[in-house]
Write a protein that binds this ligand. Structure first.
Ligand code: GRF
Length: 192
């Protein structure tokens, strides 16, 4: 009999809109999904993304950031209690410390709206347009102790047109983000 690897218990961390969370939930509900979203964490009580977690009856919690030690300590306990095997950052605006990454000891993925290593940090679309880049795109990468610098799992390009504004480019890139996050998860877990 074929061995079934089982689904990875996944936590998604958000801070705002949650459109990537929405697409991950959609993927997790497909027959062939390799993940089960067991937890959604937000550091922001008014994150719109919490609506998607509630709609799909996914356990979710808001942890207010007071200081890093307390915040990450609470996170680690929560992750352990929920047997989380994989964290997906999806618009999560807090930087996780090297200590947290080491202590969690399992993969943490992030999605970033640029062709890394270009444009780490914020304002990626504006910077790509200002530099007259021909392409932008989205990247899913492993999170390490340096901002937006971990191993790239998957990247997809989109053409920047002369007529593109920051807003129109952001829209195009977001569309790509929704496609590649689940593909990157499949790629990561296939190499497990
Ligand atoms: C996305 O553009 C993602 O790449 C970046 O933050 C944004 C989050 O969007 N890290 P959403 O909350 O998933 O809609």
């Amino acid at each position: 009999m074929e061995k079934s690897p089982g689904k990875k218990n996944t936590a998604v961390f958000i801070s705002g809109r949650g459109s990537n969370l929405k697409s991950l939930i959609k993927y997790s509900k497909t027959k062939k999904s390799l993940i089960r979203i067991v937890l959604v964490v937000s550091d922001n009580l008014s994150a719109k993304g919490l609506i998607y977690a509630n709609k799909s009856k996914i356990n979710n919690i808001v942890i207010k950031y007071s200081n890093r030690k307390t915040f990450e300590g609470r996170l680690l306990k929560l992750l352990k209690r929920n047997n989380v095997d994989l964290i997906c950052l999806a618009g999560f605006m807090k930087i996780l410390s090297g200590k947290f990454i080491k202590q969690f000891y399992k993969p943490i993925l992030n999605i970033h709206p640029s062709l890394l290593p270009k444009y780490k940090g914020l304002n990626t679309h504006n910077r790509a347009i200002q530099n007259k880049d021909k392409y932008s795109g989205a990247t899913v990468h492993i999170v390490n102790h340096k901002l937006d610098s971990g191993k790239i799992i998957l990247q997809k390009k989109v053409k920047i047109l002369k007529t593109d504004s920051e807003k129109s480019l952001a829209k195009k890139v977001l569309k790509i983000e929704h496609k590649i996050y689940s593909k990157a998860i499949i790629k990561l877990l296939a190499s497990d």
